[in-house]
Structures are given as structure tokens and as C-alpha cells.
Write a protein that binds this ligand. Structure first.
Ligand code: AMP
Length: 440
């Protein structure tokens, strides 16, 4: 991270030797700015509201003091970490496992899409830390015999603005009702509501707010561009840019599940290694997709906004907003997928004739006008015919998937089992037009 040269060490912040050792094992040489701000306060038993951009080291900022408190007073079912998404839950667990390995900390993930019985067995073993999405945790609190959180000492809400908004209202209220009031509470988020009533629901006690960058700033090593193009040419420019940038890790954000699938199919038809990720996929498939992307088996991840928050994928080189996000804050979260942990990254936002207004709101939020991403129109247009063909195949494939699902309107999940067939389609395209260069 950027502050690596700063003199302050984890030890200087008050972190004990075992945990300093765990940090250095992870390659964390020095605390990041949010860690420098939040850790000393949390170690003084303060409730903390941390505003920090994605990739800032938030998990360490709440994880280290939490672990230190646990070591000081070891206790089962000590801490609960609430997150809005399943993927984020697994990523947080990964960091806790890594930091707590040497001291024998047990951490369990409780999220939807996974067998409840198995989770109940794991909860029965009374882990030290639970990382959960609100809905599934409520299910266990209501249905799993002998499970309760009456002795809990530490509550963390990551992406707290989302946890505290209306989508999770019922679940979060149920959870907060069964937690002891005598506890530490930490809220972390890249964007935070100023609506005090939302915060009051979390029962914070004289919280200290720490902020390491202005509210809507995006990370500094991020180069942001826009591209004003006709809606009908979006696929064409996407293929053109992906072709130009070569074999880099790219996340392409689409507005809907439909367009995520269609674009993935189209790209596969053209020979790109693209994989879709969206909310309705089963948990296993989501993790599978993410993993394939992480280990670089697939270099292009097509995602809806479900994937835009909290995913820790350090190696993303490009974020392409195929559709302009409807909510300006989502823009910040989306582009936060690149230029992480001190690396540089590029974000390109496609703006069609229908999206000008939404886009202007983003520029207002950023307080700057983005440069136009350099393209050569003639070179993009060369692909026009080929793209139209790939789009037709993608459309056919979509209706085929619809038929296979057996239910009208319900998309069968498109993942690897479909890849070969899609590639088969691609081969047919290639057979027809051998001259065009598309990366393998
Ligand atoms: P987070 O913001 O918690 O999602 O963290 C983003 C990434 O930064 C993760 O891959 C962490 O492992 C990494 N990270 C966290 N703290 C540090 C640190 N002090 N030095 C270097 N990398 C860190």
C-alpha cells in the first residue's frame, strides 16, 4: 500500500507481537492509512465508524483489534461480522484465517446458498468468529437449536451503509435485538449515510469517526476515462478494447443479468475467456466463477453490481462500465475493483445517448470531467459485421438456455458446462471468417 515507507509500524499502533508476525507473514509491511487511524482507537475500546475506500485495508483495520481483544479474553462466539454479500463474507474469513492461524482462531461463514445443516453443525462447535450475511444468520438464530449470540463482545458491519439500508432492515433489526448492548461496535464503509437514525439502530456508543480520504474520492493510481458511443455499438467497442488491451484481467460491469449473460456469450463466441457473475447464480457457481477469474483461468469477468462491492481481486487491471451505473455511488464501488493496494488501474465508462444524464451525475459527484478513452473509430468499425454475427449467436444461445430451463422466463445458469458449446459456436464463426484477430 502507499504508506509502506511511513515510519509507523503495527507494533507502534499497539498491536501485539503474535499479530505483528501474522501481518508480516501476509506481506503487510506497514499499516495502511485507515489501519493507522482506526486501530489505536479500537484498541482503546472505542466504537469506530471507518470511512475508507475499497482496497484500503479495511478488514485489517477492524480485524487486528478484534483478534487482539479475543486473545486478551478468549471466548467462543466472541465476534460477529455482518456483510451484505456472500463473496465478501468468504474474503473476510480468508483474512481472519490468515491472521489468526498461529493463534488457533476459528472462524465460520454463515451465508445463504449453502446447506444450513452443515452450517448448524459448524455453529454447534462454537467458533470464535462468525462472518455472516444478515438473512441466513437470522435463519439460524430462529431455527438452529442452542445457537444464540447472547455472549457476543464485538460486532462489525462491513459495507455498513448497505447493511443499514432498507434492503436488510428486517433482518438487521432482528439481529440487533438479540445482541447484548454491552459490546464494541465497528462500522466500515466506503460510503456512509449521514442519516443518524440509521446509525442509531446499530447502538453505537460515542463512536469516533475516522476517514482517510474525502468521501467520494477514488484511489489515486486509478486512471478514469469515458467513451461516448451509440448504444448499438457498445458490444463492438467492448470487443475492440478487449482486443487492444491484450491478456489483462478485466471486470466488465453490466446493468442487468440479461446483458451480463448476453455479453458473456457474445465474447465467448469471439474467443475471449469470459465468465459471468450475478446474484441469481447459486453460491457454488458464484464462488467457482470468481475463483476461475482469480487464478486467471478466465481473464474477463462479466458482472452485475452484486459483484461490485467488497470483492478482493487484487490483480484487476481494467474496469469497464459497459452500462453507466444508475447510482453514482456504485460507480465508486465499481472502479474500486482496480488500482487496489497501491497498483495502478484503468476504468473506462461507456456512455450511450440514453445515459448522458446519469453519467453527468457521476461527473458531478467526482467533481471532474473524465478524459475520453482513445480509440480509432475505423478500426472498431471493421469489427461491425463480425460482432453482429456474434450477437445473433448469443441471442440464439440465450433462447436455447431458456428452453432448456423448462421454465418460461427463468434463465438456466450459464457457466462452464456451456462453455464448450459456446466455443463450438465460436469455431463456426471462425470457420466462416478466418481473417480477424481475436485473442484466445
Ligand atoms: P481490504 O480493503 O480489507 O479489502 O484489503 C484489500 C487488500 O489489501 C487485501 O488483499 C489485504 O490483504 C491487503 N492489505 C491489507 N492491509 C495491508 C497492509 N497493511 N499492507 C499491505 N497490504 C494490505
Amino acid at each position: 500500500m502507499e504508506e509502506e515507507e511511513a515510519a509507523l509500524s503495527f507494533k507502534d499502533l499497539g498491536i501485539i507481537d503474535e499479530l505483528c508476525e501474522a501481518c508480516s507473514q501476509l506481506g503487510w509491511k506497514a499499516p495502511t492509512p485507515i489501519q493507522k487511524e482506526a486501530i489505536p482507537l479500537a484498541l482503546k475500546d472505542k466504537d469506530v465508524i471507518g470511512l475508507a475506500e475499497t482496497g484500503s485495508g479495511k478488514t485489517g483495520a477492524f480485524g487486528l483489534p478484534l483478534l487482539q481483544a479475543l486473545i486478551a479474553r478468549p471466548q467462543r462466539l466472541f465476534a460477529l461480522i455482518l456483510t451484505p454479500t456472500r463473496e465478501l463474507a468468504f474474503q473476510i474469513k480468508e483474512q481472519f484465517d490468515a491472521l489468526g492461524k498461529a493463534i488457533g482462531v476459528t472462524c465460520v461463514v454463515v451465508v445463504g446458498g449453502i446447506d444450513m445443516t452443515q452450517q448448524a453443525v459448524e455453529l454447534g462447535k462454537r467458533p470464535h468468529i462468525i462472518v455472516a450475511t444478515p438473512g441466513r444468520l437470522v435463519d439460524h438464530l430462529e431455527k438452529t437449536k442452542g445457537f444464540n449470540l447472547k455472549a457476543l463482545k464485538y460486532l462489525v458491519m462491513d459495507e455498513a451503509d448497505r447493511i443499514l439500508n432498507l434492503d436488510f432492515e428486517e433482518e438487521v433489526d432482528k439481529i440487533l435485538k438479540v445482541l447484548p448492548r454491552e459490546r464494541r461496535t465497528m462500522l466500515f464503509s466506503a460510503t456512509m449515510t449521514s442519516k443518524v437514525n440509521k446509525l442509531q439502530r446499530a447502538h453505537l456508543k460515542e463512536p469516533v469517526k475516522v476517514e482517510v480520504s474525502s468521501k467520494y474520492q477514488t484511489v489515486t493510481k486509478l486512471q478514469q476515462y469515458m467513451l461516448f458511443i451509440p448504444c448499438k455499438h457498445k458490444h463492438m467497442y467492448l470487443a475492440y478494447i478487449l482486443n487492444e488491451i491484450g491478456n489483462q484481467a478485466v471486470i466488465v460491469f453490466c446493468a442487468t443479468q440479461q446483458s451480463t449473460l448476453k455479453t458473456a456469450l457474445m465474447l465467448r463466441n469471439l474467443g475471449f475467456t469470459a465468465i459471468p457473475l450475478y446474484g441469481k447464480m447459486s453460491q457454488n457457481k458464484r464462488l467457482g466463477a470468481l475463483n476461475k477469474f482469480k487464478v486467471k483461468e478466465r481473464s474477463i469477468l462479466l458482472a452485475t453490481d452484486v459483484a461490485s462491492r467488497g470483492l478482493d481481486i487484487p490483480s484487476v487491471d481494467y474496469v469497464i462500465n459497459f452500462d453507466v451505473p444508475m447510482h453514482s455511488k456504485d460507480y465508486i464501488h465499481r472502479v474500486g475493483r482496480t488500482a487496489r493496494a497501491g497498483k495502478s488501474g484503468i476504468a473506462i465508462t461507456f456512455v450511450s445517448q440514453y445515459e448522458v444524464e446519469v453519467y453527468q451525475r457521476i461527473e458531478q459527484l467526482l467533481g471532474t470531467k473524465l478524459d475520453v478513452y482513445p480509440t480509432v473509430k475505423e478500426e472498431a468499425l471493421v469489427l461491425e459485421e463480425r460482432i453482429a454475427e456474434a450477437e445473433r449467436f448469443a441471442k440464439m444461445e440465450m433462447s436455447r438456455l431458456d428452453v432448456k430451463s423448462g421454465k418460461k422466463g427463468k434463465k438456466r445458469e450459464l457457466m462452464d458446462d456451456d462453455t464448450e458449446e459456446s466455443l463450438g459456436v465460436r469455431k463456426r464463426i471462425k470457420g466462416k471468417k478466418k481473417d480477424k484477430k481475436f485473442r484466445k
